[in-house]
Structures are given as C-alpha cells and as structure tokens.
Design a protein around this ligand. Structure first.
Ligand SMILES: NC(=O)c1ccc[n+]([C@@H]2O[C@H](COP(=O)([O-])OP(=O)(O)OC[C@H]3O[C@@H](n4cnc5c(N)ncnc54)[C@H](O)[C@@H]3O)[C@@H](O)[C@H]2O)c1
Length: 255
C-alpha cells in the first residue's frame, strides 16, 4: 500500500466532514471517524462517490480501545498515517452554578482528553517514521471568555496548551502539532446552540467584524495548508479562523 492516510475525528458532519472532503480531494486516503456510525458510513460513501479514498471508522474518541482500533485499521487499510485531525467536539451551555457535573466530564473527555488519546496513538506510528502532522480543532472559546460555557471554554483552552506542549516534544521527529481555533461556524452544533438560546443565527453576525459566520471550508483550507509541505516548519501555533470575532469588543466601534 502506497497511500498516505489521514484520520479526521467527528467527520460525519459539519466542520470535520468539510475537512475530510478537502483532504480527500487533495489525494489523502481518509479515515472518517464519528461516534454516530450511520453518518460516518454516509460521509465515507459520499467521499468515495466523489472519487476519493475513504473508510468509515465509527468509534468513541474518548475510549482508548476505540482509538487504538481506529488508528490501526486506518494504517492497515489506507496506508501510513500522515495526518491526524482531532476535530470531534461537544458543547453544553448553562450557568456555572447549575452546570451538571456529567456535562463537565463529557466536555473534558471529548474536547480535551480525546486530543491526547488520538495524538498518542498517532505519534506511536509517526515517531519511528520521523514524520507526520497533527491538527487539533479547538475554538476561540479556548482563548477568550464566554460566559455560560464554563466546561467548553476550559476544555478548549486545555486542548490549545496540549497542542503547544506536544509540538515541542515532537519537533525532533519532524512531526508538527498545531491548533485551529474556529470562531462561530455554520454547523449543526451552532444551530442547536442558537435554537436552545432562542436566537436566530443572524443575531451572531453583530459579534463578528467580517459580518459573516465561518464555514467548514475556511477551517478545511487551514488544515490542508498545515498538512502541506509549505507548512513543514510551522509548529505549536494557534491559528484563529474567526473573521475577527475574538478581537472584537463593543468599544471597538466607538473608537
Ligand atoms: N460550529 C462552531 O461554531 C464551532 C466554533 C468553534 C469550534 N468548533 C469546534 O469544531 C469542531 C467541529 O464542530 P462542528 O460545529 O462541526 O460540530 P458538530 O456537532 O456539527 O459535529 C461534531 C461531530 O463530532 C462527533 N462526536 C461527538 N462526540 C464524539 C466522540 N466521543 N467520538 C467521535 N465523534 C464524536 C458528533 O457525532 C458530530 O458528528 C468541534 O471540536 C467544535 O467544538 C465549532
């Protein structure tokens, strides 16, 4: 087998699916992970129908046995693992005084621990080959304060520092580790959270200097660049893709 492979977690829909589409179009063989088996299968079939090489790898990225099986399967069936994109995420909003402990544990498991489990499995293959790329999808919520999202913000911040620490440890092996921080992006996650708050998506545009939501394609293009030869010396970086949202403050407007 001569293919170079990639794994995108949480790629059954949303940002992950768009990343998988772009990587497939660029010739990587892509393992499409998702907790939801049906959408993982559907996404992989869509990628194959479009001419790509894709394999559905359903599994829970918070379980090390699922992660090990996924990585071994992709390596065996698609070729040497070149790129891991740790994208799966969950979001829960509630005031901190009412925040359920189970939601805190779930968010830390999916939004932080899974980056460790997936990266650990990936680098065990990449270190002996001395080469590879890891991209962690965090959020601007890991960089700025958002109220009512205590676990999401803290877990996404943990993922950012995890990426920085791993980047330094992996640099001698020619493995880069970077973080992409999306701002508000049109996806099922954002639509569900807007519906739960009873707000229209359009209301969010007020908070974004570019006056538009990000798209999965914006993040996919950034990931594709980080995976490319051109970005080979870029490591430990946090790349914010948010149309200026994280820089914006209400006073900005008034000078
Ligand atoms: N949409 C936004 O506005 C936004 C903003 C900043 C960051 N992000 C981050 O981008 C990433 C993708 O978000 P999205 O908007 O596409 O979300 P989404 O909810 O549309 O998709 C996330 C996918 O992850 C999968 N998933 C959840 N838990 C999993 C697990 N344990 N194992 C495997 N798969 C699992 C879900 O089934 C789902 O298909 C997430 O990490 C999210 O936190 C999103």
């Amino acid at each position: 087998m001569t293919e170079r492979s990639a794994i995108v977690t949480g790629a059954g829909r949303g940002i992950g699916l768009e990343i998988a589409r772009v990587l497939c179009a660029q010739g990587l063989a892509v393992g499409v992970n998702d907790l939801d088996e049906a959408i993982a299968e559907q996404a992989a079939a869509e990628l194959r129908n479009a001419g790509g090489i894709a394999l559905a790898c359903p599994g829970d990225v918070t379980k090390s046995s699922d992660v090990t099986a996924m990585v071994e399967r992709v390596e065996a069936e698609l070729g040497a693992l070149w790129l891991l994109v740790s994208n799966a995420g969950v979001f829960h909003a509630a005031p901190t005084a009412d925040f359920p402990e189970e939601a805190w544990d779930r968010e830390f498991a999916v939004d932080a621990k899974a980056a460790f489990l997936c990266s650990r499995a990936a680098i065990r293959l990449m270190i002996p080959r001395r080469g590879g790329r890891i991209v962690i999808i965090s959020s601007i919520a890991g960089q700025i304060v958002r109220t009512g999202q205590i676990a999401y913000c803290a877990a996404k911040a943990a993922a950012i520092h995890f990426a920085r620490c791993l980047a330094v440890e992996m640099a001698p092996y020619d493995i880069t580790v970077n973080c992409v921080c999306p701002g508000m992006t049109d996806s099922a996650m954002l639509r569900q959270s807007a519906a739960a708050r009873g707000v229209e998506l359009g209301a969010y545009l007020e908070m974004i200097p570019a006056a538009k939501l990000a798209t999965g394609g914006d993040h996919a293009a950034t990931v594709a660049w980080l995976a490319s030869h051109a970005a080979g010396h870029v490591t430990g970086q946090v790349i914010t893709v948010d149309g200026g949202q994280s820089l914006y403050h209400p006073l900005t407007r008034n000078g």
